[in-house]
Write a protein that binds this ligand. Structure first.
Ligand code: NDP
Length: 281
């Protein structure tokens, strides 16, 4: 990597952004690896991403991450895209290139897949609940693990239609079966993994209408909600003895790839337990 002026500055654009735990993750790793850098919250209003990008370059930032509602705007406004960002139609990490152009990445897919590195879904079905932005990363990530089929559940048919139009080519020939919530129990009962990518189960939102009793005994339950990280779905799955992963796994996983892009160093996995304690306490 070419010499860059210190400190290395990165941040998170979003609206709102004060609730994000991403700064905690990056600042934790910066201290551990001894890099002179900072990762800050940047409250950027809807519609102001283009201006924020100009400021980011002029202020010497190495890049930014994007959360709601800016991932689509970032996709539209960067100068070039990685193949993953292109396939997902969304950018969550923008890196300022040496010529000051902006390269858009999407690290959400790698983040979701991180705890599933050893999981084998060959010949099995998997079920995704939800068809929004996070579901896109999850669907394409799961397709890379070559399951026999992906079942997709969503409240609105139009959400399913839009998602499949956006990411269809990246599903690489994997069969997709779709349905509304009336199909959820049937889909889940045949699935090696059920992933919740809706906002159901989030603080202040209705509960997720799915009984874990229908799942196979070896099913994995993955709920990407971070607030709370230990949702009722995960508690019920654990009580049944199922393997579970929560939203902190995906959050830390997507941050890991972004950290290396920003700061040129690998986050040390040996401190993952300590980081998790800080994120969940
Ligand atoms: P979107 O707004 O793009 O999608 C929301 C999804 O939830 C849609 O499928 C929507 O269905 C569904 N939904 C919302 N309310 C209801 C309801 N009352 N009943 C049934 N379905 C509902 O959000 P994202 O995809 O960006 O985020 C989804 C969740 O994932 C959020 O909780 C978010 O915090 C979390 N997340 C976690 C990440 C992590 O790193 N851990 C990363 C990104 C997101 P419909 O299409 O019918 O409206």
């Amino acid at each position: 990597m070419t010499e860059r002026p210190l400190p290395l500055l990165a941040g998170l654009i979003g609206w709102p952004v004060q609730q994000s735990k991403s700064p905690l993750i990056h600042e934790f790793w910066l201290k551990k690896v001894g890099v002179d850098g900072h990762y800050v919250r940047l409250p950027v209003r809807p519609g102001a991403v283009e201006a924020a990008f100009r400021g980011m370059v002029d202020l010497g930032f190495v890049g930014v991450q994007a959360t709601m509602p800016h991932k689509r705007d970032c996709f539209r406004l960067v100068d070039s895209l990685t193949p993953t960002a292109k396939a997902l139609g969304a950018v969550n990490t923008v890196i300022v290139q040496p010529d000051a152009s902006l390269l858009g990445h999407n690290t959400d897919m790698a983040g979701f897949l991180e705890p599933l590195a050893e999981a084998d879904f060959a010949g099995r079905c998997v079920t995704v609940l939800g068809a929004g932005g996070a579901a896109a990363a999850i669907m394409v990530g799961l397709a890379s693990k070559r399951p026999a089929r992906i079942n997709l559940v969503n409240r609105s048919p139009v959400g399913i239609e839009t998602l499949l139009k956006d990411i269809g080519p990246a599903l690489d020939g994997i069969e997709v079966q779709t349905g509304d919530w009336s199909a959820a129990a049937r889909f889940a009962s045949e699935s090696a993994l059920v992933a919740n990518a809706t906002s159901l189960g989030m603080a202040g939102q209705p509960e997720l209408p799915l009984q874990v009793s229908v799942l196979p005994d070896d099913a994995i339950v993955y709920d990407i909600i971070t607030h709370p990280h230990d949702t009722d779905l995960l508690k019920a799955a654990r009580a049944r003895g199922l393997v579970t992963y929560d939203g902190m796994h995906m959050l830390v996983g997507q941050a890991r790839e972004a950290f290396t892009l920003f700061f040129g160093a690998e986050p040390p996995a040996m401190h993952d337990g300590e980081l998790r304690d800080r994120l969940t306490s």
